[in-house]
Design a protein. Structure first.
Length: 84
C-alpha cells in the first residue's frame, strides 16, 4: 500500500490509475489526514454470481410468465432504446 497527497493524485492521476490497475491500494491524504483509499475494483465472474446465489431459492414456475406479463403491461413504448 502506498500513500500520496491529494495534490499528487490530481497531478498524476493516470499513473495512479495504472498502479491501481496493477493491484496496488493507494491512500490519498489531505493535510496529513487520510481522506480516501483507492483499490482495484473486484472482478465479477460467473463463479462470484453462483457463490452469491448459494441458498437462494430458484424462481417458481410462474416467474417467466410474470416477467412476460410485466413487459406487456408497459405497452409499445416499453423499450426506450428501440428505433423510433
Amino acid at each position: 500500500m502506498r500513500t500520496i497527497t491529494a495534490t499528487e493524485a490530481s497531478r498524476r492521476f493516470s499513473e495512479l490509475l495504472d498502479a491501481i490497475e496493477r493491484g496496488e491500494t493507494v491512500t490519498v491524504t489531505r493535510g496529513n489526514r487520510p481522506i480516501a483509499e483507492i483499490r482495484p475494483a473486484p472482478r465479477r465472474t460467473g463463479r462470484s454470481l453462483r457463490e452469491a446465489l448459494v441458498g437462494t431459492e430458484p424462481p417458481d414456475e410462474a416467474f417467466a410468465s410474470d416477467v412476460v406479463d410485466a413487459i406487456a403491461a408497459l405497452g409499445e413504448d416499453a423499450d426506450p432504446w428501440a428505433a423510433g
